[in-house]
Design a protein around this ligand. Structure first.
Ligand code: G1P
Length: 297
């Protein structure tokens, strides 16, 4: 019997160099899409998909994230005195329940595989768990995670989301090798994963896009691998080990649902998309500032 997926690991120790200077003192995960920090959007959407326990693997300079998910007593007192109780209840809805998020530090920047290994103590043995890379913002995250969970539950396999890329982009991503070369638009089995290969070494044009359901065997795989790309312990290398012992599916998705908010361009695009989808704000931008916005195709 396949166990329910209840735990998600968010590796959030990264320094955010692609978002400088905005991310110099504000963690990149706290930069906003519309009126909420990126990490808040993702946390809510993942929680809606049924995840109960969150492990945030943080680093120095990230304590503001912990504060964000906690009560803000002075602010709440102030709002209460000024009869703004609706704002208090909005703040409460955004918060995690007591004990729902645990924070642990990746004490040295040794790579994504190492960050995931930092969460090991918190994941129930012999289960599978979700990994969420919060740079990658999916507009339909809740549906996507539900699809991943269903696919895991019906197949028992590890599941990795993938997106189609251009040849020139292969060096930005982990690239998977499909089991067959038939035309692929549904979930497909993979036989290999390579971290950021040059195009002529890329096994396909399917790039890992930041959501994984992995069995806890990944931890032993991480223990086994040497330093890889950029001298780091790469999750992709550990995946290669995992794929050699367990079935693993790639789940393709529509690229239009995804914004890479680890870059300023992606963050701005996610904000423009948020405006398109928020009628009140669109109208006021039009009326007050003369912007005319139409929905992205
Ligand atoms: C990480 C992974 C890579 C994946 C990418 C998705 O790379 O190592 O395999 O394709 O996330 O965003 P990073 O962007 O952290 O360098």
């Amino acid at each position: 019997m396949i166990k329910k997926i209840t735990h998600a690991v968010f590796p959030i120790a990264g320094l955010g160099t692609r978002c400088l200077p905005a991310s110099k003192n504000i963690p990149k995960e706290m930069l906003c899409i519309g009126n909420k920090p990126l990490i808040q959007h993702i946390f809510e959407n993942v929680r809606k998909a049924g995840i109960e326990q969150f492990i945030f693997v943080t680093g120095r300079n990230k304590t503001i994230i912990e504060d964000h998910f906690d009560h803000a007593f002075e602010l709440e007192n102030h709002l209460e005195k000024n009869s703004k109780n609706h704002l208090i209840s909005d703040l409460h809805d955004m918060m995690a329940q007591t004990g729902q998020i645990v924070y642990t530090r990746q004490q040295r920047p040794l790579g994504l595989g190492h960050a995931i290994a930092c969460a090991r103590q918190w994941i129930p043995q012999d289960s599978a768990f979700l990994v969420v890379l919060p740079d990658m913002y999916f507009t339909h995250e809740t549906a996507l995670i539900r699809d991943m969970i269903n696919l895991h539950q019906t197949s028992g396999h590890n599941i990795i989301t993938v997106k189609k890329i251009l040849p020139s982009e292969s060096e930005k991503y982990g690239i998977v090798k499909p089991h067959t070369t038939d035309s692929i638009d549904k979930p497909f089995s993979i036989t290999q994963a390579v971290e950021k290969p040059p195009f002529d070494k890329a096994p396909s044009l399917f790039a890992i896009s930041g959501r994984y359901i992995l069995s806890t065997d990944i931890f032993n795989c991480i223990d086994k691998i040497p330093q890889g790309h950029a001298g780091e312990i790469q999750l992709t290398d550990a995946l290669n080990e995992l794929i050699s012992i367990q079935g693993t599916y790639a789940l393709p998705h529509d690229n239009k649902q995804l914004f890479d908010c680890g870059s300023i361009e992606g963050l701005m695009a996610a904000n423009v998309n948020w405006i398109y989808n928020n009628e009140t704000i669109s109208q006021s931008l039009k009326n007050e500032y003369g912007f005319s916005l139409t929905q992205k195709s």
